[in-house]
Design a protein around this ligand. Structure first.
Ligand code: NAP
Length: 312
């Protein structure tokens, strides 16, 4: 008999392969998920979810025979790890396979923000480009200072990309990274004061909530740019809106927001902001590899009770 797996989020690249190997039920199709879980929760031994939906303690508790949660994504801030551990439920994510695409996207956002690609595109489309009328001058990226908040897998890939731009790099995290060739900055405020571009690449969750606050944004200053490809919760969004509005920072490139998919009106209207819909890992190649890693984790779990990429 195929193991019964609950699918908590729509993950199109994964669905056909998942259905071939498992007895899958899409929870997202249920009008009354709580009622469904009351009746059927105990039938499932596996849960497949995405980083946005995650798995609440309530959902985990509603599945008394749950053994494994396979997350399609690397961030697990929406999974109640405490509840999973208490219940002895194993949790996997999809690290490494998405690192390059997220780092590429971060750098793309950084350049698009500094060089104002979106406004330049609009300038051409709106017919504003006329003889003698030129687009405004913008900010150079090459040879500037890059600050990375969170020198993990993605943060390191972003730092590596900056060498092609001749940038100087420093980073902040809770502790220095062994053998990193970039300078560690123990204070995030000092890192912000030092750099021209602050890229947020740390983990989400309660421990990093509003790490980037008004004080950090003021340290970044009126010539500084911020890029966030990590989690919206890491930046105090109200403080960011105020800093952008009052030009206390120069601009922002944002792939993630505090209350997705809701984006504050002030950000939609700001001309010093480039926005993206949480799509940094969203290429066909990477999404396919993320799906394969979810499947490989499940296969490994149901074959010999071991995950390939467990959350530590
Ligand atoms: P990772 O290798 O685990 O790196 C996480 C980094 O965050 C580490 O350097 C860690 O350093 C730092 N960190 C954790 N808590 C911190 C704190 N309280 N203060 C400062 N730094 C802290 O993870 P990754 O693979 O690079 O992914 C990073 C994040 O990117 C994920 O958690 C996810 O939320 C996000 N992401 C977004 C997208 C997207 O589509 N936009 C795609 C993939 C991933 P220390 O532990 O030493 O502090």
């Amino acid at each position: 008999m195929k193991p019964r797996i609950l699918e908590n989020a729509r993950i199109p690249p994964l669905e056909a392969a998942l259905a071939r190997e498992y007895d899958v039920h899409p929870l997202w199709k249920e009008a009354d998920a709580a009622a469904f879980l009351r009746e059927h929760g105990r039938e499932f031994t596996g849960l497949v979810t995405g980083s946005l939906k995650g798995a609440s303690g309530e959902l985990i508790d509603a599945m008394p025979n749950l053994q494994v949660i396979a997350n399609y994504g690397v961030g697990y801030d929406t999974i109640d790890l405490g509840a999973a551990r208490r219940r002895g439920v194993a949790v996997s994510t999809t690290p490494d396979v998405l690192t390059d695409c997220v780092a590429d996207f971060a750098f793309g956002l950084l350049i698009a923000t500094a060089r104002q690609h979106v406004a330049a595109d609009r300038f051409v489309r709106d017919g504003e480009w006329k003889p003698g009328v030129f687009f405004r001058v913008t900010t150079r990226v090459a040879r500037k200072r890059l600050g990375v908040l969170g020198l993990g897998r993605i943060g390191q890939a972003i730092a590596q990309r900056s060498t092609g731009f001749g940038m100087e790099v420093r980073y902040h995290s809770r502790r220095p990274v062994a053998q990193a060739r970039w300078t560690y900055e123990p204070s995030l405020r000092e890192l912000a004061a030092w750099c021209d571009f602050l890229v947020v690449a740390c983990a989400g969750g309660e421990a990093t909530r509003h790490l980037v606050n008004a004080e950090v944004l003021d340290a970044l200053g009126p010539h500084g740019f911020i890029v966030n490809i990590a989690r919206g919760t890491v930046i105090d969004e109200a403080a960011l809106v105020a800093a952008l509005k009052n030009k206390r920072i120069a601009g922002a490139g944002l792939d993630v927001f505090e209350h997705e998919p809701n984006v504050p009106r002030e950000l939609l209207e700001a001309d010093n902001v480039v926005l993206a819909p949480h799509t940094a890992s969203g290429t066909q190649e990477t999404r396919r590899e993320m799906g394969e890693l979810v499947l490989d984790n499940l296969r490994s779990w149901y074959r010999d009770g071991r995950l390939l990429t467990p959350v530590a």
